[in-house]
Design a binder for this molecule. Structure first.
Ligand code: SAM
Length: 495
């Protein structure tokens, strides 16, 4: 009997089957059925994400293709005491799949290949109460394709109250429903469910029924499926049915060999923000020293340079009663992104937004002491040239001894107090550079820049920031060319 951890096929053999089967697929059908196969190295990584096995396994692989994922699973965890249920709707692929599974010859290994529609079958099982004991493990690379509103799939999914717009979320949603308590799912899927508006019901479904344990992010848009040139940004997600949500592990790598993989743990509140009605799933990026080669002089953490960054604490719809249209006695200035027009502060400004907030003992907890701060917008439009847009808040522009920052801004501060003026200016120059923008785009598909992303960035040392800031203050208009030139000069000196 084979030991767990020893692959049945020689390394690369399944990749060859996959490529051979791939060549035989009919292009129209390939798009119709979302037939993009997982490379062997990715399948192996996915299989490795399951927890140590403890007993008999009931495995689900829905949309199994030639069986790369089930094979990787069996290679990693052994075929003894495994009962695999694999769905593949395409007859040609299903015969490759049967061949793949035949190689696993344990007496206690049982495989059922179902060459029918998984959605139909799963909905039938759920509505008829035929879920049985439920699956203990699911490994998935489901098809990606829009589900039209009038389609049979949409109607079937509605029957189990799963409202969703793409086959991939339908497959993951149904798999969650078919799992036993503590059953683990590892799936490779596009990233669109994380922040797409139409995926909100799916996010709610998923977060209500399972915990998110791990998300792996591929940096490059093409790296996960090289031979299919699928321009999708993919994530690998691990979910556990019915488990209480704890920390989430985020890993990133720029290639499918995982050679530069980095791992970080985050509190769940940094992945799905408290009170977020949309339940957006944020995948923070994790830069490291070497990743920032393109960003001159950036090798310090924020902590090392004595700074912190937070989301603006004033959530306006919660504090309505304290907001004031115009600044007056007993109020503190309140800044929104709208107060930064081009590179300049325009405050107070006539717009729909308030310009001030009452300043009293009750509201002080949402205000910062007056001082220098650097702020960035959390949301930029897709058309905007840069993702990170930073501004300096200069106390000379305001009266009073406190200031409010609205929630759509991120604020750099030091222990909730102002920072040195030169550093504030230097930081803004650094954050507005093309090098930082390029870097950020490589790591995030979002137009959103959260405090977590900024916390993970690397920065120049304090003295360099001071120097940059002093330079910026005598320049007059700071153009992009000027900023990039100045950073290049600093970089040259550092080499
Ligand atoms: C993205 S491919 C992944 C294949 C395989 N899991 C892998 O990782 O290489 C999705 C597979 O799902 C199959 N498929 C598409 N729609 C299906 C359905 N409704 N039921 C079952 N399988 C389906 C396709 O034929 C295709 O082989």
């Amino acid at each position: 009997m084979r030991e767990a951890g020893t692959p049945v096929a020689e390394p690369g053999a399944l990749d060859r089957v996959r490529l051979e089967a791939n060549r035989q697929l009919i292009p129209e059908r390939k798009a119709e059925l979302g037939q993009f196969m997982t490379p062997e190295s990715v399948a192996k990584f996915m299989a490795g994400l399951f927890s140590q096995r403890t007993g008999a396994i009931r495995l689900l692989d829905a949309g199994a293709g030639v069986g790369s994922l089930t094979a990787a699973f069996l290679d990693r965890w052994g075929a003894d005491d495994v009962c695999a249920t694999v769905y593949e709707i395409d007859g040609k692929l299903a015969s490759y799949l049967r061949e793949t599974l035949r190689a696993y010859g344990s007496e206690t290994f049982e495989a059922t290949v179902i060459d029918r529609d998984f959605i139909q079958d799963a909905v039938y099982r759920i509505t008829m109460g035929r879920k049985g004991a439920g699956f203990t493990h699911a490994i998935l690379n489901p098809p990606y394709k829009k589900i039209n509103s009038g389609s049979q799939h949409r109607a079937l999914l509605r029957a189990v109250r799963l409202e969703t717009v793409n086959l991939y979320t339908a497959f993951v949603g149904l798999a969650i429903e078919l799992m036993a308590l503590s059953g683990e799912i590892v799936a490779i899927i596009p990233r669109s469910f994380c922040n797409g508006l139409y995926y909100k019901p799916f996010r709610e479904w998923m977060l209500a029924k399972a915990s998110v344990e791990h998300i792996h992010l591929f940096h490059s848009r093409t790296s996960a499926f090289n031979d299919d040139e699928v321009l999708q940004e993919n994530v690998i997600i691990k979910l556990v049915r019915g488990k209480e949500q704890g920390k989430v592990t985020i890993t990133t790598a720029s290639n499918i060999g995982f050679s530069d993989m980095k791992a970080y743990d985050y509190p769940f509140s940094e992945i799905v923000h408290d009170g977020d009605q949309q339940k957006f799933i944020h995948v923070p990026v994790a830069p490291s020293h070497s990743d920032l080669d393109g960003v001159p002089l950036a090798d310090r953490s924020l902590e090392e340079i004595g700074l912190e960054v937070s989301t603006g604490p004033v959530v306006d719809f919660r504090l309505k009663e304290y907001l004031c249209e115009t600044p007056e006695e007993g109020t503190a200035p309140l800044l929104y992104p709208t107060h930064f027009v081009g590179g300049n502060l325009e405050w107070p400004r006539q717009s729909k937004k308030p310009n001030a907030m009452m300043d009293n003992p009750e509201t002080r907890k949402w205000l910062y002491p007056m001082g220098f701060y650097t702020v960035t917008r959390r949301f930029s439009s897709k058309e905007e040239r840069r993702r990170i847009v930073a501004h300096v808040v200069d106390p000379a522009a305001f009266k009073g001894d406190a200031i409010g920052f609205e929630n759509h801004l991120n604020v750099f501060h030091s222990g909730k107090r102002g920072i040195d003026g030169d550093v504030a200016h230097g930081l803004a120059v650094f954050l507005n550079s093309t090098a930082v923008d390029d870097y950020f785009r490589r790591f995030s598909g979002h137009t959103q820049v959260n405090a977590t992303d900024l916390r993970l960035l690397r920065y120049p040392g304090r003295r360099d920031l001071e120097e940059l800031g002093q330079w910026a203050q005598v320049q007059g208009d700071l153009t992009q060319e000027l900023i990039d030139y100045r950073l290049a000069v600093l970089h040259g000196r550092a080499k």
